[in-house]
Ligand binder design. Structure first.
Ligand SMILES: [Zn+2]
Length: 118
Protein backbone atom coordinates (compact mmCIF):
# COMPACT_ATOMS: atom_id res chain seq x y z
CA UNK A 1 0.00 0.00 0.00
CA UNK A 2 1.60 3.20 -1.16
CA UNK A 3 -1.51 5.40 -0.96
CA UNK A 4 -1.04 7.00 -4.33
CA UNK A 5 -3.26 9.93 -5.26
CA UNK A 6 -5.34 7.77 -7.59
CA UNK A 7 -5.82 5.07 -4.91
CA UNK A 8 -7.08 7.65 -2.45
CA UNK A 9 -9.43 9.17 -5.01
CA UNK A 10 -10.79 5.76 -6.00
CA UNK A 11 -11.51 4.74 -2.41
CA UNK A 12 -13.33 8.04 -1.89
CA UNK A 13 -11.01 9.17 0.88
CA UNK A 14 -10.89 12.77 2.01
CA UNK A 15 -7.42 14.04 2.77
CA UNK A 16 -6.67 16.81 5.22
CA UNK A 17 -3.38 18.58 5.80
CA UNK A 18 -2.18 19.57 9.26
CA UNK A 19 0.69 21.66 10.44
CA UNK A 20 1.50 21.03 14.08
CA UNK A 21 3.60 24.19 14.33
CA UNK A 22 1.20 26.91 13.10
CA UNK A 23 -1.97 24.79 13.41
CA UNK A 24 -2.84 25.48 9.79
CA UNK A 25 -5.10 22.77 8.39
CA UNK A 26 -7.65 22.12 5.69
CA UNK A 27 -8.91 19.63 3.18
CA UNK A 28 -6.70 19.20 0.14
CA UNK A 29 -7.78 18.86 -3.46
CA UNK A 30 -6.66 15.39 -4.53
CA UNK A 31 -7.73 16.00 -8.13
CA UNK A 32 -5.46 19.01 -8.31
CA UNK A 33 -2.50 17.03 -6.96
CA UNK A 34 -3.31 14.28 -9.43
CA UNK A 35 -3.28 16.77 -12.32
CA UNK A 36 0.02 18.31 -11.21
CA UNK A 37 1.87 15.23 -9.92
CA UNK A 38 0.23 12.34 -11.75
CA UNK A 39 -1.89 9.34 -10.74
CA UNK A 40 0.87 7.47 -9.01
CA UNK A 41 2.14 10.25 -6.80
CA UNK A 42 2.58 8.62 -3.36
CA UNK A 43 0.87 10.46 -0.52
CA UNK A 44 2.28 8.00 2.01
CA UNK A 45 5.15 9.67 3.89
CA UNK A 46 4.71 12.79 1.78
CA UNK A 47 5.83 15.37 4.34
CA UNK A 48 6.38 18.76 2.74
CA UNK A 49 7.46 21.80 4.71
CA UNK A 50 4.78 24.28 5.68
CA UNK A 51 4.58 27.33 3.43
CA UNK A 52 2.36 29.36 5.73
CA UNK A 53 4.16 32.67 6.35
CA UNK A 54 7.52 32.02 7.99
CA UNK A 55 6.36 28.77 9.58
CA UNK A 56 9.08 26.12 9.90
CA UNK A 57 6.70 23.25 10.50
CA UNK A 58 6.13 20.08 8.51
CA UNK A 59 2.83 19.13 6.92
CA UNK A 60 1.21 15.80 7.69
CA UNK A 61 -1.71 14.36 5.74
CA UNK A 62 -4.61 12.46 7.20
CA UNK A 63 -6.96 10.31 5.13
CA UNK A 64 -10.54 9.95 6.27
CA UNK A 65 -12.99 7.40 5.05
CA UNK A 66 -16.36 7.69 6.74
CA UNK A 67 -15.68 7.78 10.48
CA UNK A 68 -12.24 6.25 10.17
CA UNK A 69 -9.12 8.27 9.68
CA UNK A 70 -5.41 7.60 9.65
CA UNK A 71 -2.19 9.48 9.11
CA UNK A 72 -0.64 8.85 5.71
CA UNK A 73 2.64 7.82 7.32
CA UNK A 74 4.65 4.71 7.93
CA UNK A 75 6.74 4.27 11.08
CA UNK A 76 9.57 5.82 9.13
CA UNK A 77 7.44 8.84 8.25
CA UNK A 78 6.42 9.26 11.90
CA UNK A 79 10.08 9.21 12.86
CA UNK A 80 10.95 11.86 10.25
CA UNK A 81 8.06 14.00 11.42
CA UNK A 82 9.10 13.65 15.07
CA UNK A 83 12.69 14.63 14.28
CA UNK A 84 11.55 17.69 12.36
CA UNK A 85 9.12 18.66 15.11
CA UNK A 86 11.85 18.45 17.74
CA UNK A 87 14.09 20.60 15.57
CA UNK A 88 11.28 23.10 14.88
CA UNK A 89 10.45 23.28 18.59
CA UNK A 90 14.07 24.01 19.55
CA UNK A 91 14.49 26.53 16.74
CA UNK A 92 11.30 28.35 17.69
CA UNK A 93 12.28 28.46 21.36
CA UNK A 94 15.70 29.84 20.48
CA UNK A 95 14.09 32.58 18.40
CA UNK A 96 11.81 33.51 21.32
CA UNK A 97 14.75 33.56 23.76
CA UNK A 98 16.76 35.80 21.43
CA UNK A 99 13.82 38.14 21.05
CA UNK A 100 13.37 38.37 24.84
CA UNK A 101 17.08 39.08 25.25
CA UNK A 102 17.03 41.78 22.57
CA UNK A 103 14.07 43.46 24.27
CA UNK A 104 15.75 43.24 27.67
CA UNK A 105 18.92 44.83 26.29
CA UNK A 106 16.95 47.59 24.58
CA UNK A 107 15.35 48.47 27.93
CA UNK A 108 18.70 48.88 29.66
CA UNK A 109 19.36 52.53 29.01
CA UNK A 110 21.88 53.92 29.32
CA UNK A 111 23.67 50.71 28.26
CA UNK A 112 25.74 49.12 30.99
CA UNK A 113 29.37 50.11 30.81
CA UNK A 114 32.41 49.35 32.85
CA UNK A 115 32.99 51.80 35.61
CA UNK A 116 35.59 54.37 34.58
CA UNK A 117 38.99 53.63 36.06
CA UNK A 118 41.15 55.93 38.05
ZN1 LIG B 1 2.86 25.73 9.57
Amino acid sequence: MTDTVIQLIETGARVTRYCETCKDHGEIDLERIRRVRGDDFPMLDHLPLCTNGDCIGMIRFKASLGMRSRWLMTAKGHERFQRHSDWAFTTKNMAIKRQVQRERRAKQSPPMREAPRG
